[in-house]
Write a protein that binds this ligand. Structure first.
Ligand code: UD1
Length: 422
């Protein structure tokens, strides 16, 4: 099993990094492209494990896909036929494969998808996705580890209120609704930038969508979609991860191909800690002056535009370094503190009470063998390893490589000593 071996960073940063296309936008947009038999061209698709699994799933379901990894360009459309079933071994590898359900219902009137089950960061049910499909006329059956949805007479529009602004449920319902009969309204919809990117691609395919980026999305069903060209938005979580890396290392980091508007909650927290964050068109510069000691802050994760749950683990590592006690409350997922046990092995003093972590900052951490418990917990280990004394070995890097493109290369270009060992 591959691992990263990371050395404590001793210099002061003065570097530049380019952000990749956004994984969490690429996955639903790949699904959207298979709503048409014409071939769409999508640029800036990151070469990541999750993207390649989604590609395999969509091919299994009948898509024609060519992915040029060098140019990060994908041509994709529905080729006809294919299965209506996303089997367990595929869904188990990639939870976002449940997004195939909306597409299957729209194109085949039938979807059989393995229940995603639990995952390390929480139960992550799909009840909100299913309630949406049921309101649109699908008959839902569950059993033997599978969810079956049937819409033999096609889907119709409906008004759907989401109990929680779930990103996945909003995307899945959008995918099903764009070619349904009549109007669909999603109330209390997720308003993450990835939803806006998906809506923008669907609109350029001929869909009639308004309100994406707010909590009410209206979709007027159309008969047919056509091909479109699209460039995936920059990855806002990768951007925020590098902003945290800049804060932990000190000095100056210029982050290009970044959208300042997407990362405002993280910018605000870094400024509160003492970093100087400058926003330019397509670029963010994070600086920590030499005489500034960053201070701890309190953080509560929330749906967008609140502080992103994906940055909770990386910020736990950052708060291990800053002076004072930091408090992080996780409200989105129920079990997202898996990185804490690993940080404690490095010498961190963190207490967990329910959904809140109390982090005593300013203690020295020491490098040791740790595990990436999930994707963002893996980034937390990178951050901790950058300032821990000596060498940190990170196992289970499969999780990290699901979501961070060329991470060792990008870190090395910034002067970090990191090796990937098979
Ligand atoms: C997406 C992102 C993930 C991010 C999360 C929250 C992708 C591929 N992943 O995940 O990186 O951390 O948004 O910003 O885009 N829930 C239900 N019932 C449902 C659906 C969700 O109870 O039917 C709950 C979940 O268990 C969780 C919360 O809602 O507690 C948020 O989940 P959701 O927004 O759906 O996250 P994902 O789309 O899975």
């Amino acid at each position: 099993m591959a691992k990263y071996v990371l050395q404590q960073y001793k210099g002061r940063l003065n570097s530049r990094v380019k952000i990749s296309g956004c994984k969490n936008a690429a996955l639903p947009i790949m699904c959207a492209a298979t709503l048409s038999t014409e071939t769409s061209t999508i640029s800036d698709i990151p070469d990541l494990i999750d993207v390649n699994i989604m590609k395999d799933i969509l091919v299994h379901l009948g898509a024609n896909i060519q992915y040029d990894k060098a140019s990060k360009t994908m041509t994709i459309g529905y080729g006809g036929n294919g299965s209506f079933e996303a089997p367990y071994d595929m869904v188990d590898k990639l939870r976002a494969s449940v997004l195939s359900m909306g597409v299957l219902l729209a194109t085949k009137g039938m979807a059989k998808v393995a229940s995603p089950g639990g995952c390390p960061i929480g139960a992550r049910p799909i009840d909100l996705h299913l309630k949406g499909f049921a309101a649109m006329g699908a008959e839902i059956q569950q059993g033997h580890g599978y969810v079956m949805a049937m819409a033999s007479r096609g889907l119709h529009g409906a008004t759907i209120y989401l109990d929680f602004p779930s990103v996945g449920a909003t995307e899945n319902i959008m995918l099903a609704a764009v070619t349904a009969r009549g109007e669909t309204i999603i109330d209390n919809a997720a308003n993450e930038p990835e939803i806006v990117d998906l809506a923008s691609f669907l609109s350029s395919m001929g869909a009639d969508i308004s309100g994406a980026g707010t909590d009410k999305i209206r979709i007027q069903g159309v008969n047919k979609l056509h091909a479109a060209d699209h460039t995936i938005m920059p990855d806002r979580i990768e951007t925020e991860s590098f902003m945290a890396i800049a804060a932990i290392l000190g000095g100056r980091l210029e982050i290009v191909n970044a959208i300042p508007e997407h990362v405002k909650p993280v910018t605000a927290k870094l400024r509160e800690m003492g970093c100087v964050v400058t926003e330019e068109e397509g670029c963010i510069v994070v600086e920590t002056p030499e005489n500034v000691n960053l201070k701890s802050v309190d953080i509560k994760t929330l749906p967008h535009p609140g502080f992103p749950t994906d940055m909770q683990a990386p910020f736990t590592s950052l708060l291990c370094k800053t002076a004072g006690t930091g408090i992080i409350t996780e409200t989105v997922f129920e079990n997202r503190f898996l990185h804490v046990q690993e940080l404690k092995r490095m010498g961190a003093n963190i207490k967990i009470d329910g959904r809140t972590a109390y982090i005593e900052g300013g203690l020295p951490l020491t490098g040791t063998k740790v595990k990436a418990m999930d994707l963002r917990a893996g980034m937390a280990m990178i951050l901790a390893g950058l300032f821990a004394d000596g060498q940190t070995e990170i196992d289970n890097i499969y999780h990290i490589e699901r979501g961070y493109e060329d991470l060792p290369e990008k870190l090395r270009s910034m002067g970090v000593e990191i090796a990937r060992i098979d």
